[in-house]
Design a protein around this ligand. Sequence first.
Ligand code: DQA
Length: 141
Amino acid sequence: MKVMVINGPNLNKLGKRDEKHYGSKTYDELKSLIVDSFIMSGHTVLINQSNSEGKIIDLIQEADETCKGIVINPGAYSHYSYAIMDAIADCHIPVIEVHISDVTNRDDFRKQLITGQVCDKIISGKGFNGYIEAISEILGE
Ligand code: DQA
């Protein structure tokens, strides 16, 4: 069964964002890490990124019909998107929210995780490893 990874706004700019919070690795390196860790060994992991709220909701709805689970980093939408929160709440599959940075130790507005409150788990502050942990958990490995 497939796992869908959904990355939200500005995550395509990894490598050019604030290194203090996101490190120096690029979005392509994140994709390669997932390919090497799972896809090379035969798992199907669909890796997506969008800067648009509507597209992210379309992907969540698609995954709910076709995948075993979702790993989502909604970026800044995590802190205010009730529309993405509703889409996750309507899912019948496990959803794990990942944040590369430690959102509990940054600006106050980042401490509010609107989407995370309806996710099965939140992994924050573990860098790219957070994705590996989340995908492994969905695959039951
Ligand atoms: C982020 C944290 C968010 O607050 C921020 O807006 C992002 C990335 C993270 O992965 O740490 O774009 O989701």
